[in-house]
Write a protein that binds this ligand. Sequence first.
Ligand SMILES: [Zn+2]
Length: 182
Amino acid sequence: MNLNLVDSSDPILRTKCVPFDFNNPVVDIIEFSHAIVKLMFEHNGIGLAANQVGLGFRAFALRAVPANFVCINPRIVWKSEKQVLLEEGCLTYPNLIVKIKRPEFIRARFWLPNGEARTEKFIGMTARCFQHEVDHLDGKVFYEQANRYHREQAFKRRKKIEKGEISYKIRVDDNFLDDVRI
Ligand SMILES: [Zn+2]
């Protein structure tokens, strides 16, 4: 299976994805999982949702230690009251780095590609990525989750990055990737 990123104007990015049906699969989910993880790595991303590659079901890849994993039909069942402001980027919107406030910890229920159900608590950058990816599956665009000030700052900064006036890459720190308990 060969996957490619859709254009940022593709309406599938603003469409709520439907649950993946293990009994009536629209794709070979194991093949899909290998392909989406591969694409995520090719673009140096830390998460990638099915609708970002033009497929409208609820699944995403997450970069993690010791193994990357693919979440099917994820549901956030609990969010911490404490929120943190962190920078987020997105493979669909290159050079757009936006500060967004979200819950610091979450508990989520999801299925692995082999059909095994899991409930896990996530912290740090993994909790952040998970929430960003669930938003994709709900048809939400990440920068619209930021307040107006941070959104404007991000678009100004993108202009400067694209003109070559500044360079910026979102930090992928291996320490926070250890947060994953899978
Ligand atoms: Zn994204």
